[in-house]
Design a binder for this molecule. Sequence first.
Ligand code: IMP
Ligand code: MG
Length: 176
Amino acid sequence: MANPETLISEEDILARVEELAAQISLDYADKGEVVLIGVLKGAFIFLADLSRRLSIPRHIEFIAVSSYEHGSMRSGAVRLVMDVRRPIEGKHVLIVEDIVDTGHTIHYLIDMLESRNPASIRTCALIHKAERTEVDVDIDYLGFTIGDEWVVGYGLDYDEKDRTLPYIGVIKPADQ
Ligand code: IMP
Ligand code: MG
């Protein structure tokens, strides 16, 4: 099968990641260490590229969640599959997500991590599907806004396919 059509090129992604890293480095310059929490699996490539471009002390953690499904419909309920390895109390936390779709996942993560009393908590997402919002969440650092379409590559998958494409591509209904 042909590769998915390009929506955001590798060059554009990396230029934006560079800008986000510069902004985050500036904002956290006087804060000491930031704990970057990548949301598996989708955020692993974004987190790798972003973290390597920061000029501030950072500590890397991962967390994994999954959405409850009712048949083929996602219910909006989120379940923790893997937790971070270290306490985050008193730490500056930055959640790093691949994509914010309905907002349920990031909302769940903010709530859960906030209850552990970090010094601060902010969010960074590569992509936001603004039209699909069901729960309003502030994304402090955002790469790109897209429409209601299924995207793959740069960590994002469709049924585990196309996760390691170097660019962000669109899956057309005919490809599904
Ligand atoms: P939510 O609807 O904001 O809770 O998003 C849930 C999760 O669904 C995201 O973190 C992604 O892992 C996944 N997801 C949503 N839209 C896409 C997409 O277009 N491509 C790949 N994964 C997606
Ligand atoms: Mg995700």
